[in-house]
Design a protein around this ligand. Structure first.
Ligand code: B1M
Length: 211
């Protein structure tokens, strides 16, 4: 088994200590932090996802996997963030109302930070008012919304409507992401952009800031 496989298996088994030691082992050997994330930590979640879908794994087990993955992310994150010091712009980001999924959103946060963005992470289950208040408080150039459920992606439109009603919609560019959303959904609700993954989100934000 490769060292990436060991890390992926540790995530899959919700093995906190295994994740920590496998992550450190890879980094000590000079492996690129992004490879540790993509080929190890997220590869572990790729084993979990189909089993959860097939009813072979249940919510508490998946939570353990997510938390184990988080232990690895905690180690890798500072290495990504220190790669560029200057702020490329401010991004307010959150998972929309009713939605508790944050693994993908947290990854986007990390990758944006690694790209030098100042990121205000509002967390999960963020109400439309929560986004509006954060725009008023932090004056970001970009707002990012994440949704993983078909039942919550509609709250992206509600959030855009709340921004419009509060008179802050034209002060920011809004980007969206998450498994059920797409470029055509972004167009449909009037978002400014869509990114299919964390790296694409960073590139999109950089493009928006460049103007
Ligand atoms: Co949930 N869940 N879940 N879940 N869960 C899904 C999403 C599901 C597809 C599984 C399935 O049934 N096949 C399904 C949704 C079905 C649908 O709506 N069509 C589902 C369901 C139904 C549910 C519950 C309703 C289950 C229940 O309780 N009956 C419940 C809902 C809770 C709630 O939110 N109110 C629920 C709960 C949970 C857990 C708590 C157990 C856990 C979440 C833990 C956590 O996030 N802290 C969980 C998990 C882990 C999953 C799966 C297995 C994995 C999601 C994940 O983290 N993927 C998922 C199945 C799947 O995806 N195949 C599933 C890894 C992550 C890196 O990818 O989040 O897609 P992703 O992020 C990517 C891109 O999408 C993109 O970049 C990321 C990285 O490249 N991206 C952005 C994401 N946000 C972005 C924002 C951007 C740009 C890009 O700009 C702002």
């Amino acid at each position: 088994m490769s060292d990436f496989d060991s890390l992926a298996q540790a995530v899959f088994h919700g093995d906190f200590d295994g994740v920590v030691s496998a992550t450190k082992n890879l980094l000590d050997r000079g492996v690129n932090p992004l490879d540790v994330i993509n080929k190890g930590l997220l590869a572990g979640m790729d084993i979990v996802a189909p089993k959860f879908k097939a009813g072979e794994m249940f919510v508490p087990e998946v939570m353990m996997c997510a938390k184990a993955l988080g232990e690895g992310m905690k180690i890798v994150q500072p290495l990504l963030s220190s790669s560029e010091a200057a702020s490329a712009g401010t991004v307010v980001i959150g998972t929309v109302a009713g939605d508790l999924h944050d693994i993908g959103k947290n990854l986007v946060v990390m990758i944006l930070k690694s790209g030098g963005f100042n990121v205000i992470d509002l967390g999960v289950d963020v109400s439309p008012e929560g986004f509006v208040n954060a725009i008023k408080e932090h004056s970001p150039q970009i707002v990012g919304m994440s949704a993983l459920l078909t039942t919550t992606m509609v709250n992206m439109k509600k959030t855009l409507d709340a921004m419009e009603a509060a008179g802050v919609r034209d002060k920011v560019k809004v980007i969206i992401g998450g498994a059920p959303v797409s470029q055509s959904f972004a167009d449909e609700i009037g978002a400014d952009g869509y990114a299919p993954d964390a790296m694409a989100a960073k590139e999109l934000c950089a493009k928006i800031i460049k103007g």
